[in-house]
Ligand binder design. Structure first.
Ligand code: GDP
Length: 470
């Protein structure tokens, strides 16, 4: 570790005032901060009470808990100190100011502690991403997935894959060395290709689950669509009023699309209200319809809201114009098809305003009919039923196990590795050099995944998500 490195410090807990404020210090002079402010160094990794003074004026600043984590057994791998202060604004400001006056000390930048942990090999890149996701996690399932990523679910797997690749590569390279002897190369290359085949299948298996892991980070998207005045906004508002379900209401409100973030059974769901889809001459409205259609087309599920009792002639195709009759519904039987590869998302028909229907009894039975969900957005009748169905759908969508691949970055590198392995497997005997080259390419992709090489361009993107003090 370079001795000329700055010692960094930051408030790592939330914005004051608060009961307690945690200030962290990392770098070659972290020890000095404790000695200068409290007059002594606590036992490593043991909390001790410390009276903090301004080293310049000797004025008492606060009584705090002080912790000392000597290198390398600290989060960043450097010498680290931690002060748990009373969380008042002036207390925090005075302690940060006193630290800033120490030689070689400066405030930390966003994510800088974690960046040092990465540079010192305490975390690999996938774990850094897991940490960012853990801090951002809003639901139970997101927390679980992020925690596993932090603990090396993907990073460790990639390391094991890499180890096996290197073994295969060594076999092929030995085969090249023996290439004058007729039988030896084939004997060495065959087991290498066996390893490559296993790796190819395992990586392909992880990639097949990729969509789920990535979706869990962002939330499953459910679009509410349908003709104007069917009651879409009323339905969205009704669901949004269920306190338990809401994570952050109306994040990202635009003229055309309103979204609500829900926590359904521990899984994140983004509910979108799209502008009424209809043919219109007004160019601004047309733009709204176009955007709504686009959002609905990429949604994971569409709730098509109609007015109960009206003939349902106007079913959507989101990529183009509406079609009449029961075309799309007949195709899917109106049912959600999980894991379907259909171009358009599954569609549930919501028959709204059933409070207006004279023969309510006969309509009510549709609530238990799988093709339609009848409800009344304005009275709330049937809403619990809808939420229950949605929760089951989301649970089924995500399955029990969380994905290994949670980001596009992971998918890209694993795809590179998989394709290189496939090319290696397609080589016939006697082309050992080409096989070796493909295996090297696959190993490099795994190195990029864990951040062993070529990290420069991805680091800034990843650390942009971090806050100061982390
Ligand atoms: P949107 O254009 O699809 O978003 O429709 P709105 O949510 O703005 O609703 C259109 C009209 O239908 C409003 O006057 C609502 O009060 C009314 N409405 C919505 N849901 C119901 C319902 O379940 N029952 C009744 N009677 N009226 C409803």
């Amino acid at each position: 570790m370079s001795p000329t490195r700055d010692t960094i410090f930051a408030l790592s807990s939330g914005r004051p005032p608060a009961a307690i404020a945690v200030v962290r210090i990392s770098g070659p002079h972290a020890r000095l901060s404790l000695e200068a402010l409290s007059g002594r160094l606590p036992q490593p990794r043991q909390a001790s009470l410390a009276r903090l003074r301004d080293p310049g004026s000797a004025e008492s600043l606060d009584e705090a808990l002080a912790l000392w984590f000597p290198s390398p057994r600290s989060e960043t791998g450097e010498d680290m100190a931690e002060l748990q202060l009373h969380g008042g604004r002036a207390v925090v400001a005075a302690v940060l100011a006193a630290l800033g006056r120490l030689p070689g000390f400066r405030p930390a930048e966003a994510g800088e502690f974690t960046r040092r942990a990465f540079e010192n090999g305490r975390l690999d890149l996938t774990a850094v991403e897991g940490l960012a996701d853990l801090i951002g996690a809003e639901t139970e399932a997101q927390r679980r997935q992020a925690y596993r990523q932090l603990k090396g679910l993907l990073g460790d797997r990639a390391e094991t894959w890499r180890g096996r690749l290197i073994k295969a590569l060594a076999l092929v390279e030995a085969g090249i060395d023996f290439s004058d002897e007729a039988d030896v190369p084939a004997e060495l290359v065959r087991p290498a290709l066996d390893i490559a085949r296993e790796l190819h299948n395992e990586i392909a298996g992880a990639l097949a689950q990729a969509g789920r892991g990535e979706r869990l980070r962002d939330g499953l998207v459910v679009a509410i669509a349908g003709p104007p005045n069917a009651g879409k906004s009323t339905l969205l508002n009704r669901i949004a009023k269920r306190e338990a379900a809401i994570v952050s209401p109306f994040a990202g409100t635009t003229r055309d699309v309103i979204e609500v973030h829900l926590d359904l059974g521990g899984y994140p769901v983004t509910l979108l209200d799209t502008a009424g889809m209809r043919e219109t001459e007004d160019p601004i409205e047309q733009e709204g319809v176009r955007r709504a259609r686009e959002r609905a087309a990429t949604a994971d599920l569409v709730l098509w809201v109609t007015e109960a009792g009206r003939p349902m002639t106007d079913f959507p195709t989101f990529s183009g114009s509406s079609v009449t009759g029961d075309g799309p519904l007949a195709d899917r039987g109106g049912l959600p098809i999980s894991g379907s590869v259909a171009e358009e998302p599954p569609l549930w028909v919501i028959k709204n305003k059933i409070d207006l229907i004279a023969y309510q009894k006969s309509e009510y039975q549709f609530i238990y009919d799988s093709k339609f969900i009848s409800l009344s957005a304005s009275t709330g009748f049937g809403i619990d039923e809808l939420l229950q169905r949605l929760t089951e759908y989301v649970q089924q969508f995500f399955g029990l196990e969380s994905g290994l691949v949670t980001r596009e970055r992971h998918r890209t590198q694993l795809t590179v590795a998989k394709l290189a392995l496939a090319r290696a497997l397609s080589e016939s005997c006697g082309r050992e050099e080409l096989i070796a080259e493909e295996l090297r390419l696959a190993a490099r992709a795994l190195d990029r995944l864990t951040g062993k090489i070529d990290v420069e361009d991805v680091l800034d993107v990843i650390f942009r998500d971090f806050c100061i003090g982390k």
